[in-house]
Design a protein around this ligand. Structure first.
Ligand code: 15L
Length: 274
């Protein structure tokens, strides 16, 4: 592998974790964000660019060995904002990689591509269980991102790995996170596996830690080489004492997307009428 990994959204929450963690695993990083990165690490390249600017992205990916695309809108917003940043942005990232001959793209998809899926009473959900069930415009943008990745893998032979990330947080702060947490260390481990897996073709994998209460099957992620180290259960007693056990009769706990599936959430974040 030659050339750095181009990391989009490098100033964001996951981007910041990866800027620290990927070099520790041997990856040179070229960090791209719309916001300038003021604290480059030794050896880190930085680029200020918008992922929806195709010409800028073609320049930014030049000479990279892979792209890790974490940029875009990271929660629900208006259709205009989400579709531009996340759908147009994903197109520009994939098209720039194709034009520049970069062979692999890792995409930050989300559990919200399937958020209306009922939480399983028992057993684990696989990536290919049923149709997409987006819970928000944000979730729709992640379905589109995965579809674009599939197109670029089939049509142009790119390796495209979509990570359906759960809750990427320093630590769980709600009882839902006991099932959805992806710890900082496991964020790095998952992206590292997606970058190293030999010839993954097109893959969609869940991105969570090895949580005792997981409802997503980690088999496909482990097949890439992902070895999670953390389990949210270490936080369970404290969270359950404050919030009680999650009640599956409550929509926030009965659907995997949690509060994203409620009309209050859509009203608050996208200005949709209740
Ligand atoms: C996501 O995809 C979002 O980026 C993040 O804001 C969280 O809401 C997370 O999912 C989650 O489901 O907890």
């Amino acid at each position: 592998m030659t050339g750095p990994v181009l990391l989009t959204g490098a100033a964001g929450q996951i981007g910041t974790v990866l800027r620290g963690g990927l070099p520790e695993r041997g990856w040179a990083v070229r960090s791209l964000d719309v916001a300038p990165i003021d604290d480059p690490r030794p050896g880190e390249e930085t680029v200020v660019a918008d992922v929806t600017d195709l010409a800028a992205m073609v320049g930014a990916v030049s000479g990279a060995s892979a792209v890790v695309h974490m940029g875009g809108v990271s929660t629900e917003s208006t259709w205009a904002a989400v579709s531009h940043a996340n759908i147009e942005g994903s197109y520009c990232v994939l098209e720039a990689a194709r034009r520049a001959g970069v062979p692999r793209v890792v995409l930050a998809s989300s559990n919200h591509a399937t958020g209306f899926t009922p939480r399983p009473a028992s057993g684990l959900l696989r990536e290919d269980d049923g149709l997409p069930r987006p819970d928000t415009y944000y979730g729709v943008s992640k379905v589109a991102m995965e579809a674009l990745g599939s197109l670029y893998a089939d049509r142009y032979g790119l390796d495209v790995v979509c990570l359906r990330i759960g809750s990427a947080l320093p630590e769980p702060t709600a009882t839902r996170h006991l099932s959805t947490w992806l710890s900082p260390g496991d964020q790095v481990a998952l992206v590292d596996a997606a970058l190293r897996a030999p010839s993954p073709g097109f893959a969609v994998v869940w991105g969570v830690s090895d949580n005792t209460r997981n409802w997503w099957d980690l088999g496909a992620a482990r097949a890439l080489g992902y070895e999670p180290a953390d389990d949210a259960e270490a936080y369970a007693a404290a969270l359950v004492e404050v919030h009680g056990e999650p009640d599956p009769a409550d929509p926030v706990h009965g659907r995997v997307g949690g509060e994203f599936t409620t009309s209050d959430f859509a009203a608050e974040h996208a200005g949709e009428p209740r």
